[in-house]
Design a protein around this ligand. Structure first.
Ligand code: NAD
Ligand code: SER
Length: 313
């Protein structure tokens, strides 16, 4: 068996922390190098190698890939939807250039596999609102969505033209308790659990009936690993796979939390993120991922809520 050495870029972020820990369980602690622009997350400390690195510095990235003998790269560094609307130029620059740096180095160094996440944000107001299919009208209206959609085609290009085995998932909004989310429109669904436990009250920045596609982090980590471990012939989509688990509104998640914390109350003060949320589908059809490599989510809203509250307590 070929010995794999994995580099995770953006390892201190919401997904990076949990994905790094999961990859360390598979490949061994020493064989998964965590890296980030910011300091090493507390949960990663002592679990394996960490390198402080800016993915925009292509030379430094290249040196690390060669020096560490890297065979797989997971690129998680990005600016998400809400933060991206505040600084569109920066979001475009980081989200695009980081991917091009990684794809170029992967081609040159014959990296076995690359993982790069896309998002439900590729879809826009003209896409179907419910059960949005894998292939449909895609006209994103946020800079984040535009960068993800362009990135999907760069992944496909490097696969078709250079044979770089790059794989991707269009994650829904991810909900987790280990590491904080980093500036997305779906972050309310994480904040609400913290505020419910600490304040028994939450003011939501989206309207009560805003349905969005969501997923609990353990499902997202498992999906990522299952896609990356699938035999190459099972991966038919080389842009990015639709991925789905849950669809709920702020009113529904609040009602579920109230079954555990009866005194909890929610109020609504929609801000600029409402417009972003309104441009996205309410639910996603992920039948291609299900039939290609057997994807199936495990957590529903009730099970996720119980697990979130138990762990945050
Ligand atoms: P995050 O913001 O929590 O983490 C991103 C990490 O990248 C941060 O730790 C940040 O310090 C690091 N980073 C930023 N600029 C960097 C640079 N120049 N060099 C090195 N590191 C840098 O984001 P996340 O939620 O973990 O998202 C990871 C990926 O998944 C992103 O591509 C995001 O678009 C995608 N995604 C996330 C969600 C979600 O709900 N969290 C949904 C869809 C897609
Ligand atoms: N959770 C992400 C966001 O809201 C979706 O990509 O930006």
């Amino acid at each position: 068996m070929v010995k794999e050495k994995v580099l995770v870029i953006g390892a201190s972020g919401q997904i990076g922390v949990e994905l790094t820990l999961a990859l360390r369980r598979i490949y061994g602690n020493a064989n998964v190098v965590a890296s980030d622009l910011r300091e090493e997350n507390q949960l990663l400390k002592g679990t394996g190698p960490y390198v402080s690195m800016d993915v925009m510095n292509k030379e430094m990235l290249h040196v690390q890939v060669i020096r560490q003998g890297i065979t797989q790269i997971y690129l998680l560094a990005a600016i998400l939807s809400a933060t991206g609307e505040k600084n569109p130029n920066l979001a475009w620059h980081l989200n695009m250039q980081s991917l091009l740096n990684v794809l170029d180095i992967a081609r040159e160094e014959k990296i076995h596999k690359v993982y790069w996440p896309s998002s439900i944000a590729v879809f826009g107001p003209t896409s179907p609102k419910n059960d949005c299919p894998q292939r449909t009208i895609i006209e994103p209206t946020t800079v984040y969505g535009i960068s993800k959609y362009a990135g999907e085609f760069w992944c496909n290009y490097y696969f078709q033209r250079y044979g770089v085995d790059v794989r991707s998932l269009r994650y829904p909004g991810l909900i987790s308790y280990k590491s904080a989310p980093g500036g997305g429109t779906t972050d309310y669904a994480v904040e609400i659990y913290h505020e419910a436990l600490e304040e028994k009250q939450y003011t939501c920045f989206l309207k009560e009936d805003t349905y969005l596609p969501m997923m609990y982090m353990p499902d997202a980590i498992r999906a990522t690993i299952e896609l990356m471990e699938s035999p190459v012939e099972k991966v038919s989509v080389r842009t990015s796979y639709n991925l789905s688990a849950l669809s709920f509104s702020p009113k529904e998640i609040a009602a579920e939390i109230k079954t555990h914390i009866p005194e909890f109350s929610i109020s609504y003060a929609p801000d600029y993120r409402q417009q972003i949320a309104d441009s996205w589908p309410a639910s996603i059809d992920d039948s291609v991922a299900r039939s290609d490599w057997g994807w199936k989510p495990e957590f529903d809203l009730a099970r996720m809520t119980k697990d979130m509250l138990d762990n945050l307590k």
